[in-house]
Design a protein around this ligand. Structure first.
Ligand code: SF4
Length: 343
């Protein structure tokens, strides 16, 4: 794994792209599943050292969508033919257990869509209530498998103490959620060995969904200001588009039947082709943004994020065009992971 992560020779890498694409076709087919993303709240109690939504950004204009606004986005997802709606937010305890459970029930009843939640490290009672209400999947990136590096960039909160995302992912699976996770590529201090272990951990956790994207720090954060140390020149993983494709391809080879998105962060580094290259090097999912345009610019995890001015309809048309242009076709139905009998 490490040798491939260090490989720079273009013709060798053609073999890697080809192998990942062949495995993707064999295990998950040519369908590209569309998951409609709704960024329901920009409030957050955490202080992740790279993120524009961190709690210490007190002058940021924050928002929390209303129940009606969220339901309207879910209806749009259904009308555009997406099989899933993804509700994502910072770790916001203004999103209460009951309030969200009611919304999950209403979305399910009205649209029948699969529901993915991505709301941070919530207490067990919340996760149980939302699963019971009908949520199908939960996304929680572990960001790095290296405990020291994790602790350096994720200071603990007084609310929940030390975080253990690996244990939470196992618990999500126990509760019957499809569990999704992932990492950032090129975090200062991330070595090739750590990154190879991250990919091995995807496989060991038997994840259903895996998102990998390049590390992009918001400039007004400790990591954006260069306050954390890099590994030595030989060991530090660069946060490039190219490296992200290698991780994507190796992830597909390690986890052949997982659902793997071509991320917005890739499109941010290469608006013309990033998403397509991701789809051609292992990915089989895209996440068109359904967040109302008036909120999108306020959900600024990192600056210059791709697609923050386009309407939901523009995003849909754009992505369908891109999928067809590379000879693939949009998926139908929920697009849940189908466990392959030989894995
Ligand atoms: S990465 Fe997520 S949990 Fe961390 S500060 Fe940003 S929104 Fe909050």
């Amino acid at each position: 794994m490490e040798r491939w992560l260090r490989e720079e020779d273009a013709s060798c890498l053609e073999q890697l792209w080809g192998a990942a694409d062949a495995v993707r076709r064999e295990y998950v087919g040519d369908e590209v599943h569309l998951r409609g993303l709704v960024e329901i709240s920009s409030h957050c109690i955490r202080k992740c050292a790279y993120c524009g939504l961190r709690a210490e950004h007190r002058d940021l204009q924050r928002y929390r969508m209303t129940r009606d606004e969220i339901l309207e986005c879910a209806r749009q997802a259904r009308d555009y033919g997406y099989g899933t709606v993804v509700m994502q937010s910072g770790e916001d305890y203004g999103i209460t257990r009951e309030w969200l459970a009611n919304i999950v029930r209403a979305v399910k009843q009205e649209t029948g869509l699969a529901i993915t939640l991505s709301l941070g490290e919530r207490p067990d009672e919340d996760l149980v209530a939302w699963r019971t209400a009908g949520a199908n999947r939960y996304l929680l990136r572990f960001e790095t498998s290296d405990r020291d590096l994790y602790d350096r960039i994720h200071p603990p909160t007084s609310r929940q103490g030390l975080s253990d995302r690996i244990a939470l992912l196992k618990r999500l699976k126990q509760l019957g959620y499809e569990a999704g996770s992932g990492v950032m590529v090129g975090i200062p201090g991330q070595t090739y060995t750590i990154l190879a272990r991250d990919i091995a951990l995807f496989r060991d956790l038997d994840l259903d969904m895996i998102g990998v994207g390049p590390f992009i720090a918001h400039p007004d954060t400790p990591l954006g200001r260069g306050e954390l140390p890099f590994a030595s020149e030989r060991e530090q993983v660069p946060n490039t588009e190219f490296m992200t494709y290698k991780v994507l391809a190796l992830t597909r080879l390690a986890c052949p039947d997982a659902n793997i998105p071509s991320t917005t962060a890739l499109a941010t580094l290469n608006l013309a082709q990033g998403r397509e290259l991701g789809l051609m090097r292992g990915a089989n999912v895209v996440m068109p943004n359904l967040t109302p345009v008036r909120y999108r610019a306020l959900y600024e995890i990192y600056p210059a994020k791709a697609c923050i001015r386009e309407s939901a309809g523009d995003c849909c048309d754009c992505l369908l065009g891109r999928i067809r242009a590379i000879g693939r076709f949009p998926g139908t139905g929920a697009g849940s992971r189908k466990h392959h009998p030989y894995i």
